[in-house]
Design a protein around this ligand. Sequence first.
Ligand code: C5P
Length: 290
Amino acid sequence: MSLSKLARPKVNLFLHVTGKRDDGYHLLESLVCFPCGGDQIEVSAADQITASVSGPFSALLGTPDENLVVKAAKLLKTHFNITAGAHIHLEKNLPVASGIGGGSSNAAVCLQLLCELWNVTPSPEVMSDIALQLGADVPVCLAAKPALMTGIGEQVTPVAVLPDLHILLVNPLVAVSTPEVFKAINWSSLPAYDGYEDVGTNADGLMAKLLKTSNHLQAPAISLLPEIATVLKLIEEQPNCLLSRMSGSGATCFGLFSSEGEAAFAQQRILDIRPDWWGMSAAINGEAES
Ligand code: C5P
């Protein structure tokens, strides 16, 4: 028996850093969406927990045994005293360490597939606890639906389906370190913000809200990797781009567009100029399951 599912990228439409905990983790408020596309995870029955990788970015991963999907499998196995193992295959189509939660999304999907394979049904609270042990972004990747993240990312409030916009993701294929980006925050320069309210499916309403927000990690990430500013500018210059911003701790940046054609056109233009970069475009309300 084998089961497979798409692990979609997580894009932070805005990301505000609201404080810092004593353990060094940062308090956030972030609106996230999960465009359709991404990595593919397949699990199959086996005696031991093993993993293999393929895909355009697989060479940049560490050894399969160190991958977050294996840590996810081991945690779930221990929690439920499972005797069986599983083979996990990860097709890595998304750039690694790139601010779009690839590893977190992989871990979340792996947990879900293994629950099915091993026939266990954790409560949503237990599942979220296990997910959080794997990373602050993993709980929100379980539902993989638009949500507001608060706390260190573990408090997830679903948001009504977002307007039907299209997103272009562009990554210069240079990794930035998340802890280093958090360390580079200039606290005195963070703009004030009065909280996000759900705008339903109104595109103009969402854009008006988003334009009052920002990604507080963008300036610190640019200070570490100035090329991010070049990516943002190139996206912003594309016809009909509604907003150009960085996701997570970078270096992936996104552009929002009203139509699929506009996002795809912008992707083609940018990759024609920079064939050494990575890009994908998709609806922001990706719903496909596999
Ligand atoms: O939880 P995760 O492994 O994804 O986080 C990677 C690093 O990012 C953490 O070790 C921490 O330095 C930083 N981080 C943070 N505050 C968060 C999430 C991540 O400081 N809310």
